[in-house]
Design a protein around this ligand. Structure first.
Ligand code: ZN
Length: 313
């Protein structure tokens, strides 16, 4: 039988596509994610089928027995004539075999990959990462293959994606941290050793400007109470470079309170909202041993404000 129809070939193809899918998702390229995730599931499904029995790969549609004999190992065929079952039917067979359960999200992933879904790919595909993670987990179990062999450096993110003990925000944030870290590391993989450390050091803020220009992004969605906030350096949870966190004064004491935004210019990790920042695990930078390397205080500070007296008319 053709090498491209071997277990190893399906498994390797699935592994490469799955890891690409994680990278696409991290970059926010959800169309590409759907494509690679769909290919990964299809190839891994076929790896399971071929391991159980090469005959399970036979496309039955045209009623020609040549393929049956070919996959059974008793007929030589020109490679161009060899067809295997499609993704949908491969999954259907695994469901009939009791390996997979019906899963509407998985069906959607395959439709997005085939371009037959009636929705825009990006919006739908973004939420399908847990589907990829869960399906591959089931198929790897069926193969008896270790998770790490398939997922490599993405293992932790994928374990997180299927961890139902974590709440949704925590899961999402942890995966995004892993994605930002890997994409950051990828930028340095062909550069001389030490470049990454050098870039991290060079990014450290050294001078606190007395009249800082605050980038517009930090003025987004400030809670009511005015434009008063601190920006402080924190260790980026993804790349360990200096990230910036926006910290709002705690309402009662006007002291630095809760962080509600985090942005890293090095790895582009971006977290918004108190829940996301809390989930990433950085604490209040003032409560650590060392003070933040840069603190910017913006705005005119909190002041009491009385509503104008209603005018009699
Ligand atoms: Zn970072």
């Amino acid at each position: 039988m053709d090498d491209s129809l071997s277990f190893e070939s399906f498994f390797d193809g699935a592994r490469r596509a799955a890891q690409k899918a994680m990278e696409d998702h991290g970059r926010g390229e959800f169309d590409e994610f759907a494509l690679h995730a769909g290919v990964a599931v299809e190839r891994l499904a076929k790896a399971v089928l071929v391991m159980r029995n090469p005959l399970y790969l036979v496309e039955m549609r045209n009623g020609n027995a040549d393929l049956l004999l070919y996959f059974g190992g008793d007929l030589e065929l020109d490679a161009a004539k060899v067809r295997t079952v499609g993704a949908k039917e491969a999954l259907g067979r695994l469901r009939r075999m009791g390996v997979l359960q019906p899963d509407a999200q998985l069906d959607l992933l395959i439709e997005l990959r085939n371009g037959t879904a009636h929705t825009s790919v990006g919006d739908q595909a973004r939420t399908l990462l847990p589907t990829l993670a869960e399906t591959t987990t089931i198929l790897l179990t069926a193969l008896g293959t270790r998770f790490e062999v398939f997922w490599g450096r993405w293992s932790r993110a994928v374990v997180t994606a299927v961890d139902t003990q974590l709440d949704e925000i925590r899961r999402d944030v942890e995966i995004r941290i892993d994605q930002a870290r890997h994409l950051f590391e990828d930028r340095f993989k062909d550069l001389p050793e030490g470049t990454m450390a050098h870039v991290r050091t060079a990014s450290e803020p050294d001078v606190a400007s007395p009249e800082p220009v605050v980038a517009a992004m930090w003025l987004d969605e400030l809670p009511t109470g005015g434009f008063y906030f601190h920006l402080a350096t924190v260790d980026c949870p993804a790349c360990k470079g200096p990230a910036t966190a926006r910290i709002l004064p705690s309402p009662a004491h006007n002291i630095p309170g809760t962080a509600d935004m985090l942005h890293c210019g090095l790895c582009h990790l971006n977290l918004t909202g108190q829940d996301e920042v809390k989930a990433c695990g950085i604490g209040n930078p003032w409560q650590h041993g060392r003070t933040p390397r840069l603190i910017v205080t913006s705005g005119i500070g909190p002041h009491s404000h009385t509503d104008p007296e209603p005018t009699e008319s």
